[in-house]
Design a protein around this ligand. Structure first.
Ligand SMILES: [Zn+2]
Ligand SMILES: [Zn+2]
Length: 256
């Protein structure tokens, strides 16, 4: 399994992109940087896009990729929980902001939405995909994706603390987890459902207790304006846990 990070941040700047992960060139998680990172040919290779939640930084390229598939007379499969479908059709693909590609063209729409239920696996393009509920400002699922040869990546999505129930359901070789803000923004992180390095630490301690060891860990969704400080705070957590935590970046490739 080859996981490529297309977008690793919570905002877009000239050199940062919003969240998008690409697995083996065919399965994407979140659409913060799909159209800006992939050629039209690479977009047409996608078998499915899994969406974690309805926030703009994770969904923004859905109208754009819908248009690309519409013009290419192709269909892209999107998978997520029901609230994401509702947000898409109410606010984005509502024939006001942009055409409703879940209905157009009639008979063979450019976007086919498939509903996921937290805790229920689906087989998607040969992978086993498990959506797991996490604690965020809106209904949100992380995804554990298992390849045909048994390699597992788990992306938590945007999440606040309290991942024990989530850890019980997954056993990844690679954990991609969010760390959005500096430790000094503790209250903001709790209110908005995000993690700081200090909030990450007990979550990883709990995972280690439960599984006996920690997987490879990559942090994403950093605020680029505070990234230097976040990197130092994450390094302190990694040292305390005697493990390695890497910061994700645009173009990072992780092979499992
Ligand atoms: Zn969010
Ligand atoms: Zn986000």
């Amino acid at each position: 399994m080859i996981v490529k990070i297309l977008g690793a941040h919570n905002i877009e700047l000239q050199d940062t992109r919003c969240i998008s992960l690409l697995i083996d060139d065919i399965l994407a998680i979140d659409a913060g940087a799909l159209t800006s990172s992939l050629s039209l040919a690479a977009q047409q290779k996608l078998k499915a896009v899994l969406l974690t939640h309805q926030h703009y930084d994770h969904m923004r390229d859905i109208p754009a990729i819908g248009m690309n598939f519409y013009l290419y007379e192709n269909t892209i499969d999107i998978y997520s929980i029901l609230p994401v479908r509702e947000a898409l059709s109410t606010y984005m693909l509502n024939d006001i902001l942009y055409p409703d590609f879940m209905e157009k063209p009639r008979g063979k729409p450019a976007i086919r939405f498939n509903t996921m239920e937290p805790g229920h696996t689906k087989s998607i393009a040969g992978y086993t995909v498990l959506p797991v509920s996490v604690s965020h400002a809106v209904p949100t699922v992380g995804y554990e994706v298992t390849s045909p040869d048994g390699k597992k990546v788990f992306y938590t999505a945007d999440t606040g603390p309290g991942l024990d129930e989530c850890w019980r359901q997954v056993s990844p070789d690679l954990l991609i987890i969010e760390v959005t803000a500096l430790n000094k923004w503790h209250d903001f992180a709790l209110q908005s459902g995000h993690l700081t390095a200090a909030l990450l630490k007990p979550e990883l301690e709990s995972l280690k207790r439960m599984k006996g060891s920690l997987p490879q860990i990559v942090a994403i969704h950093m605020n680029p304006l505070d990234e230097k400080g976040i990197k130092e705070e994450i390094a302190a957590v990694a040292a305390a846990l005697n493990t390695d935590i890497r910061l994700g970046y645009e173009g990072m490739i992780i092979e499992l």
